[in-house]
Ligand binder design. Structure first.
Ligand SMILES: Cc1cc2nc3c(=O)[nH]c(=O)nc-3n(C[C@H](O)[C@H](O)[C@H](O)COP(=O)(O)OP(=O)(O)OC[C@H]3O[C@@H](n4cnc5c(N)ncnc54)[C@H](O)[C@@H]3O)c2cc1C
Length: 330
């Protein structure tokens, strides 16, 4: 059975995994874009229809929530998918309330059946999967990693494969009245500006770092490696050493870098779920019995405060000379 799908693509969401999921339902894929004209034009390259709610500094995406919900109710949206960003979730929440639809999250797979749509979700901290079938309208928050090392524009071109790419469809600007709200944004520091989702190399820090002062060393290492810095949940949620949008795992972000370097992270399943699509996982941990030893591809058993400076020395030396053999043992 083919099911037509709607996407809610808000400013903070990379649309490629949404488009991929929606195409799996086999029907027409229409998109509501809440964001810039650039974003709308990008989505128009692969969606079959685009309705656009423009955002400005005065009109944030959240201000369009009710208007988007009204549009999807009028259209009789059967399945609506959105990304797992805070803005997307806010807008999708309004849609779910308006449609009286279940809101399922985080969805890792979706398929159409004769009765409706089946959403696959990770539950119990990611150690089990649940299949939820919805016969009526359903709203799904889609979890997904973005292909690595690719600009979103290129990725959008790759989603369907060349055979499915059609010329861009017309972007229709919706005439509606936004809510009178404003959002204040605390701009993140420079070091976290680039999106983790598309990072090729990521360094994750855990509680084993011991002191946030050592983040400076980690940042130097990140600079030398051309990596982004992420963390475990306690580092963001409990200790507040890094912002919450930096933690990885079942309740945090999921990434697919080519290299994930874990420093002082125990490697519990809830964290590893967020990085299981990484190409190579290298861990530094002082405890040979830590779960990460079986979860990582390579584990350096040792004190990260010794290993990080050694790595830095190695990287800065080898950038000036021919590569040297690595001194660390696993
Ligand atoms: C429902 C649920 C959802 C969760 N979701 C997430 C999630 O999304 N993401 C997430 O990360 N966690 C999540 N957790 C928490 C998760 O179970 C772990 O508790 C958490 O990941 C542990 O963080 P950590 O490894 O930084 O800290 P710890 O468990 O304290 O581990 C620190 C590690 O550092 C090592 N270490 C200490 N000193 C050094 C040193 N000098 N050099 C090298 N290594 C050192 C230790 O051997 C240890 O292995 C969730 C838990 C639950 C119950």
């Amino acid at each position: 059975m083919r099911i037509d799908a709607w996407l809610v693509v808000a400013e903070d969401c990379a649309p490629e995994s949404l488009l991929e999921a929606a195409r799996r339902l086999g029907g027409v894929v229409s998109a509501v874009v809440v964001g810039t004209s650039d974003l709308a034009r990008r989505v128009a390259r692969t969606a079959d229809r685009v309705e656009w709610f423009p955002t400005t500094p005065e009109i944030p995406a959240e201000a369009w929530s009710i208007a988007v919900a009204d549009l999807l109710a009028t259209e009789g949206a059967r399945v609506t998918l959105a990304g797992n960003g805070p803005t997307s979730r806010t807008v999708l929440g309004a849609v779910a309330a308006r449609l009286r639809a279940p809101l399922l999250a985080p969805v890792v797979d979706v398929s159409a059946t004769r009765e409706g749509v089946v959403a696959t979700r990770l539950v119990y901290g990611g150690i089990a999967v649940e299949h939820d079938e919805a016969a009526g309208p359903a709203c799904l928050v889609v979890e997904g990693s973005t292909p690595r090392s690719a600009e979103t524009d290129d990725v959008l071109g790759e989603v369907h494969g060349p055979a499915d790419v059609h010329g861009p469809v017309e972007v229709h600007r919706v005439e509606a009245t936004p809510l009178a709200i404003s959002c204040s944004v605390n701009a993140p520091p420079d070091r976290i500006e680039r999106d983790l989702a598309s990072a090729d190399r990521v360094i994750g820090v855990g509680r084993g770092l011991g002191d946030p002062a050592f983040l400076t060393d980690v940042e130097r290492l990140a600079e030398a490696l051309g990596a982004q810095v992420a963390c475990s949940r306690p580092v963001a949620e409990d200790l507040g050493w890094l912002p919450r949008d930096r933690y990885l795992g079942v309740s945090g972000r999921r990434i697919a870098p080519r290299l994930y370097l874990m420093l002082g992270i125990s490697g519990e399943i809830q964290h590893m779920i967020g990085v299981r699509d990484a190409g190579l996982i290298v861990a530094v941990n002082s405890d040979v019995r830590a779960p990460v030893v079986s979860g990582a591809d390579i584990t350096v058993v040792g004190d990260l405060h010794a290993v990080v400076p050694a790595l830095l020395r190695q990287l800065t030396t080898s950038s000036r000379k021919e590569p040297q053999p690595c001194v660390a043992s696993s």
